[in-house]
Design a protein around this ligand. Structure first.
Ligand SMILES: CC(=O)SCCNC(=O)CCNC(=O)[C@H](O)C(C)(C)COP(=O)(O)OP(=O)(O)OC[C@H]1O[C@@H](n2cnc3c(N)ncnc32)[C@H](O)[C@@H]1OP(=O)(O)O
Ligand SMILES: O=CC(=O)O
Length: 279
């Protein structure tokens, strides 16, 4: 982070804790690093996981040492103007996330949706008051080692069959939207973008290649992934109806997900083969 700030010194005002890109980088770079690097279901890796906390606190310390702003990351929860229950969950989750960031020393944050601006603002105002930032908090109490930044083995959670299904669902739905020109999409009330879709397909790749055994005693195999993907494609077809299914790019999305999740040679970015499918 010191090097990034140095190189961008004439252009950057701070660093953003891009949590999803960070998580994708971790899965991607350590995908075949052995059992100690197998991540549990994506939704079980929250910002309070020790290695995520370590990296965000180090970001605050590094930025403030250099006089740069530490900018918080994007919580995935999307509010809904139509569903008060979904809205309440999103507001609660985002409030907890922004309270943590403001308490940890971030100077501001990033939100996915305009309705979350007042939520984030309230969390930061409670800590900052009238101050525009808290760069004077140097966080010299933060001492993070390289090992702590990748301490995945300390996570309690394990990959689950439902986590595999969710990764397949999100992967197909996101790639289908991407092929129609969308970059960020709300799926199951969570913000999905290329980084979160990359996490989903890379986790499938990692679980299959590591031969993970799920809680039901079944192994993660390519056949199991294909079966789940076929079931999910059928469920989507029933959900959207024949006309919308035919008008969408569902089959291409299904096929591409299987390719980037199961090909023995891990594809560097899922968007590379996806670009070849664009009109
Ligand atoms: C993980 C990462 O890498 S994060 C970085 C990439 N991700 C992003 O930037 C996500 C940005 N957010 C979004 O794209 C959207 O909020 C979505 C796709 C998640 C949800 O969008 P929608 O389904 O359109 O949300 P919704 O219907 O509630 O929108 C309500 C209104 O707010 C607008 N809106 C929603 N998000 C945004 C935004 N980020 N900025 C400006 N306006 C927005 C909508 O256009 C809509 O406006 P309208 O009432 O005039 O039509
Ligand atoms: O780019 C944003 C992120 O959270 O990753």
């Amino acid at each position: 982070m010191d090097e990034i700030l140095y190189e961008l010194r004439d252009h950057a005002s701070g660093l953003n804790a891009g949590r999803w890109d960070y998580l994708f980088s971790i899965v991607k770079n350590f995908r075949d690093g052995g059992p100690g690097f197998v991540l549990p279901d994506r939704n079980a890796v929250t910002m309070t996981a020790p290695f995520m906390r370590a990296y965000t606190e180090l970001l605050v310390r590094t930025c403030h040492k250099r006089g740069a702003h530490a900018i918080g990351g994007m919580a995935a929860f999307i509010p809904s103007r139509r569903d008060p229950e979904v809205n309440a969950v999103a507001f609660d989750k985002v409030k907890a996330d922004k309270d943590r960031e403001a308490g940890d020393g971030f100077d501001g944050s990033w939100v996915a949706h305009p309705d979350l601006v007042p939520v984030a603002r309230a969390s930061f105002d409670a800590v900052l008051g009238d101050r525009p930032h808290q760069k004077e908090r140097l966080r010299e109490d933060v001492h993070v080692t390289a090992a702590e930044l990748i301490d995945i083995a300390s996570l309690d959670a394990k990959p689950t069959h439902q986590g595999l299904r969710n990764a397949v669902q999100v992967g197909i739905r996101y790639i289908e939207a991407w092929l129609r020109g969308l970059g960020a999409v709300a799926i199951f009330n969570l913000m999905e973008d290329a980084a979160t879709a990359e996490i989903s397909r890379s986790q499938i790749w990692q679980w299959v290649n590591a031969g993970i055994v799920f809680e039901d005693g079944e192994k993660a195999t390519a056949d199991r992934v294909r079966k789940v993907a076929a079931e999910e494609l059928a469920a989507i077809r029933a959900e959207v109806g024949e006309d919308a299914f035919a008008a969408g790019r569902w089959i291409q999305a299904h096929d591409l997900l299987l390719k980037v999740a199961l090909d023995e040679n891990y594809t560097e970015f899922l968007t590379l083969p996806a670009y070849e499918l664009l009109d």
